[in-house]
Ligand binder design. Structure first.
Ligand code: EPU
Length: 420
């Protein structure tokens, strides 16, 4: 298992490109199951999660081959509609094959993903959407077994206890593209990744209106074609690098970031005293001196992203004053708190709320990555510590950040990957 050794403190400086969005690429790869011909996806990041989904899709007869940053996806065989536990347990997002399989092949058996370190990951909204479209859905032996001779358009309300569901909306949207008649999804998720998936489906020939709003209307069509499509830039990777630049007192320009997807992160950085400047597709972030406190509450888009909560908590650990961080999307997503405390952070957590009191400096220590964004937070903390921080189990980081260690090195960080 690889680990990262970080020698701090570092000021990050320079220019760096933003990779394609993991959370757009994954459902779009699954949507390739719907097409009649091959699709070519551009800007697909090299990530373990992309590879894992590639293996699952391979088992389902969708052959994916990489050519630089492009992924060619072609259905070669439609006999198998089962996504097995062995693969699905590695990545909860594998559930995104359920909708396309059912719509295209009339049946799907997908292992239930189970919970994970960021808390329970229910899929009731996915199943609600498919049932509304007329599918027969059962849970048997740990699998979702879905079947439908024909899906029929319907009005579907997809609000859950924590707001809308990103992949739940994707499931209903993908299934509805080939259903008979009109589907209206109310309380749809409005994340840019949902809009990007809709953009891909529309390019394939789907009739979708309103993606990016809470009401999405889909007129079913008879068939969809394979197409070439470019994935949007990863707003969470961009946000992570923005926070890294601010908290190290650095000066970093991100190339190809979409600032309109980063309003909440920008607002937070400006509130703590960092400077964010935009020139066309470039976003420049500068931090100078001590940053200040800010209260952050995670919410569905366009609110502050839960996928940035851990990284911002690392920043607030070394900002002046007390900040309150409230997690409303995954109320148990606080695995990084214990590790940040091992580095000397002062954090008091009570349920979904954590009070972070900034300390003068963090102290380098060996720490354990527990999930993707928590790992990023620990790497960021390592950048501002004096001495050597080792982040163990970086495979979590490799699931969702394309070569983060290389990118940080190119900005002047002393980060070494140690392979065992
Ligand atoms: N929820 C339900 N029922 C459902 C589905 C979700 O109650 O059927 C709840 C969840 O428990 C959570 C909330 O609704 O409290 C939002 O979950 P959502 O369904 O939106 O999450 P997701 O679609 O499974 C995606 C991202 C996550 C990101 C969340 C929230 C992908 C592949 N994953 O997950 O990304 O945190 O949206 O924005 O798109 C990450 O990249 O590190 C990551 C975890």
């Amino acid at each position: 298992m690889d680990r990262l050794a970080i020698e701090g403190p570092t000021k990050l400086e320079g220019r760096i490109g933003v990779s394609g969005a993991k959370n757009a690429a994954l459902p779009i790869m699954a949507a390739c199951l719907l097409g009649d011909g091959p699709s070519r996806l551009l800007g697909v990041p090299r990530l373990n999660d992309v590879e894992t989904l590639g293996v699952i899709l391979g088992g389902l007869g969708l052959y994916c081959s990489r050519d630089g940053d492009a992924l060619d996806c072609k259905v070669v065989d439609e006999k198998n509609s089962t996504a097995p536990y062995d693969h699905v347990r590695k990545m909860r997002a594998s559930i995104c094959v359920l909708g396309p399989l059912l719509a295209r092949r009339g049946e799907a058996q997908v292992s239930l993903p189970g919970g994970c370190v960021i808390g329970p990951r229910p899929i009731d909204l996915h199943l609600k959407g498919l049932k509304a479209l007329g599918a027969e859905v059962k849970i048997e032996h740990g699998y979702v077994m879905a079947r439908a001779k024909e899906l029929r358009g319907a009005r579907i309300y997809l609000g859950g206890p924590h707001g809308s569901s990103v992949l739940g909306t994707a499931t209903a949207m993908m299934a509805a593209t080939l259903a008979k008649g009109r589907t209206v999804i109310e309380h749809a998720a409005v994340e840019p990744e949902v809009e990007d998936l809709a953009g891909f489906l529309i390019a394939m020939g789907a009739k979708i209106e309103g993606a990016g709003s809470h009401r999405v209307v889909i007129e079913g069509v008879d068939s969809l074609q394979g197409v070439e499509y470019r994935i949007i830039p990863d707003r969470i990777e961009a946000g992570t690098l923005m926070v890294a630049a601010a908290m190290t007192g650095g000066d970093v320009t991100l190339e190809g970031a979409r600032i309109q997807h980063l309003d909440a992160v920008t607002d937070c950085l400006e509130a703590v005293g960092a400077t964010v400047e935009v020139a066309e597709d470039d976003v420049r972030v500068r931090g100078s001196g001590r940053l200040g406190p800010v209260d952050v509450t995670t919410l569905p888009y366009p609110g502050f992203p839960t996928d940035m909560q851990a990284q911002v908590m690392a920043m607030l650990s070394v900002s002046d004053g007390a900040s309150v961080v409230t997690e409303r999307v995954y109320p148990e997503r606080f695995m990084h708190v214990g590790e940040l405390k091992r580095m000397g952070a002062e954090i008091k957590q009570d349920g979904p709320t954590a009070v972070v009191t900034g300390v003068e400096e963090l102290s380098a220590a060996p720490v354990m990555a527990s999930d993707l964004r928590a790992s990023a937070a620990l790497v960021l903390a390592g950048l501002v510590c004096k001495g050597r921080t080792e982040v163990l189990r970086v495979y979590h980081l490799d699931r969702g950040y394309e070569k983060l260690d290389e990118k940080l090195r190119s900005l002047g960080a002393r980060v070494e990957r140690i392979s065992e």
